[in-house]
Ligand binder design. Structure first.
Ligand code: GLN
Length: 295
């Protein structure tokens, strides 16, 4: 098969899965990944969840759906991320609209959300600020978990595009009432002593490393969301300082960081006056989060 999946006379689920995966493999995608991607596309197209595909291998797929799938396989083979092709992706307990306006939310960031939900300050916190909100992932996952509470969220981003996507996500999730969106650089535009929890998963990749990222990322996701300057710490440094102005006493700061930035961030936070500074590993065993308290 040269194009995807075009010469099939019968479009059954099983055949589309098979030919789609083979097509992706021929375009340089590793076999397991190709099978995975084919399964995700088919499951989404047919609104199946879990392992149902395996039991529906003989099911016929209607022509318009086959056409849509062919187009999606083509885009995958061209190196576009599946999250942008589908236009939505699950994150924590919500589903977010995803497109080229903002970074695709990553599974590591779900753990950052969990760390905040589990922290002993969460119950008391009423003002939560997310710097570099992107799709709105962190803010909206927290706001969803806090539905019905008196918590208020501020989601800041430099990029008007990202903010427009985050706003659309907030509206789709029925959370627009509890979030204020601010176009700005860091937390500088916020009032002094105005927040209980400051969180950020900012661009933290060193510029030279960004240049060497896989094409899947580099050609599609916004560079602004990735590039953290020469040592990757430019924006993190700024937010550490911003936090000393905007956090209330007992306020907490939470970051997602690069796996080689733990020690540097620990020092930065301690020097800026934060206490109980901790570097925490992600599920893969890499330093990924750093947190502290401003007493
Ligand atoms: N905060 C958003 C996220 O976690 C965006 C991150 C970014 O653009 N660096 O997905």
């Amino acid at each position: 098969m040269t194009t995807c999946p075009s010469d099939a006379t019968e479009f059954t689920v099983g055949r589309l899965l098979e030919s789609g995966a083979v097509y992706l493999c021929r375009h340089g995608i590793d076999a397991d990944e190709a099978r995975n991607l084919a399964e995700i596309l088919l499951s989404e197209a047919l609104h199946f969840s879990g392992p149902r595909l395996q039991f529906e291998a003989q099911r016929q797929v209607e022509m318009p759906l086959v056409e849509r799938l062919r187009e999606q396989f083509r885009r995958l083979a061209n190196g576009e991320p599946i999250q942008y092709i589908l236009g939505e992706w699950p994150f924590h307990d919500i589903v977010l609209k995803t497109d080229a306006r903002a970074l695709i939310p990553r599974p590591e960031t779900e753990e950052l959300v969990d760390r905040i939900l589990k922290c002993d300050h969460w119950a008391k916190a009423t003002e939560i600020v997310d710097i570099g909100t992107g799709t709105g992932a962190i803010t909206l996952a927290l706001a969803h978990a806090a539905r019905g509470s008196n918590k208020h969220f501020t989601a800041v981003d430099l990029s008007p595009d990202a903010l427009s996507l985050a706003r659309e996500n907030a509206e789709a999730l029925g959370l627009a009432d509890v979030v204020t969106f601010v176009e700005g650089d860091g937390a500088r535009t916020l009032k002094a002593c105005s927040c209980d929890i400051l969180v950020s998963n900012p661009p933290y990749i060193a510029s030279a490393v960004v240049d060497a990222l896989p094409k899947l990322i580099l050609d599609h996701e916004p560079r602004l969301a990735l590039d953290g300057g020469e040592d990757g710490l430019d924006i993190l440094r700024q937010i550490v300082l911003d936090g000393t102005q905007v956090l209330r006493p007992e306020g907490r700061i939470f970051f997602e960081i690069g796996d080689e930035q733990g020690l540097a961030m620990q020092r930065l936070l301690e020097r800026a006056g934060y206490s109980n500074v901790r570097v925490v590993k992600d599920f893969a065993g890499h330093d990924r989060y750093v947190e502290g308290t401003l007493l």
